[in-house]
Design a protein around this ligand. Structure first.
Ligand code: DAH
Length: 337
């Protein structure tokens, strides 16, 4: 009899320990300690024992009952405080949790969106085009001469003879103009590819924002005013814009444009290499050959276009010295912005 009391006690302990909810615990209490429980059943067997054995066995039953009640109470408190929902040796619920990563915008995307925002305010629409282009849209329609170095395999990635990864978003100008008559007013954000050796300021893959406006009576003065407004939107009202002659096959005249350094105000510092100016992109009046190529009346319409590198803006704006960090996927970089 003493043996079966001990067995019952072990069984009850295990059951109480294993209960993971208050309901389960109550069920086990009833099974072992309840009015019709197993301990009560054993106690009823006392009367069948010889008179002299009864006190010792009775004492053992009482002791067991008290111990189990104490354990029951302990378990109840634990469950109530939520701790025993998981067995302690398997999971430490007091460890700090893994905080979910909070999403943020990539600095390139944030910069691109800010640029686009300015042009939306000036009445432009956003257009996009394919990153894999054909020769016609990449070069021919943009008035490239037959032997221009950009067409060289050393400069551009070819998929096939006539198919390539676009090296600038100017290709999209053509696709937009093919589909509509003037007035055209678009900005084109997008990824481009060039065979550049990767270093702190160059990468084979990069982003541009291109702008195109075609309408009646558009002059170089409109281009200057537009880029001045853009620069002010990006760098503040103090900024000055500078144009210097340049060459692009698809604009005539063409210019390289720069803004006065927003760090030193144009005096000269490390960021602008002592020049006071930051070069941001290319621009010009759309070459009449390009307009004629898409069937526009060049006597009636003129237009301007410009293109800026988005990495360059983002590097200046966030003080990033190495272009490679944009594409590294390193969360220590990305979570700073
Ligand atoms: N696409 C030129 C480049 O990648 C920059 C540029 C863009 C010049 C648009 C332009 C233009 O004249 O209209 O270097």
């Amino acid at each position: 009899m003493e043996e079966s009391i001990r067995q019952l006690s072990d069984q009850a302990r295990a059951a109480l320990e294993a209960a993971t909810t208050e309901e389960e615990l109550e069920a086990e209490r009833r099974r072992f300690l309840g009015r019709k429980g197993l301990l009560r059943e054993i106690r009823q067997g006392l009367k069948d024992l010889p008179e002299e054995d009864r006190p010792a066995v009775g004492k053992l039953i009482n002791q067991t009952t008290r111990q189990l009640e104490a354990l029951l109470e302990q378990r109840r408190q634990k469950l109530a405080s939520g701790k025993a929902a998981f067995p302690e040796d398997r999971l430490d619920v007091t460890l700090p949790g893994r905080a979910p990563l909070i999403a943020g915008k990539h600095p390139l995307l944030a910069t691109m969106e800010d640029m686009i925002e300015i042009f939306l305010g000036l009445g432009y629409l956003v257009a996009e085009g394919p990153e894999i282009e054909d020769y016609y849209h990449a070069f021919e329609a943009l008035n490239y001469p037959e032997d221009h170095p950009a067409m060289d395999e050393q400069m551009t990635f070819y998929v096939e003879d006539d198919v390539l990864l676009r090296s600038q978003t100017s290709t999209v100008q053509i696709r937009v103009m093919e589909k509509q008559e003037p007035p055209v007013r678009v900005v084109v954000p997008g990824r481009c590819y060039r065979r550049d050796t990767v270093d702190a300021t160059h990468c084979h893959t990069f982003y541009q924002l291109e702008g195109l406006l075609v309408d009646e009576g558009i002059t170089f003065a409109d281009l200057k005013g537009t880029l001045q407004a853009f620069a002010e939107g990006m760098f503040g009202p103090e900024v000055r814009v500078r144009f210097r002659p340049d060459f692009f096959p698809f604009t005539e005249p063409s210019a390289e444009f720069a803004v006065s350094c927003f760090i030193c105000g144009g005096v000269g510092c490390r960021v602008c290499s002592g020049t006071g100016w930051l070069e941001l992109g290319g621009a010009g009046m759309v070459d009449p050959n390009v307009l004629a190529g898409v069937g526009y009346d060049t006597e009636r319409y003129t237009g301007f276009a410009f293109g800026v590198g988005i990495e360059r803006f983002a590097m200046l704006r966030y003080g990033i010295k190495d272009i490679r960090v944009f594409y590294s996927g390193d969360m220590r970089v990305l979570t700073q912005f």
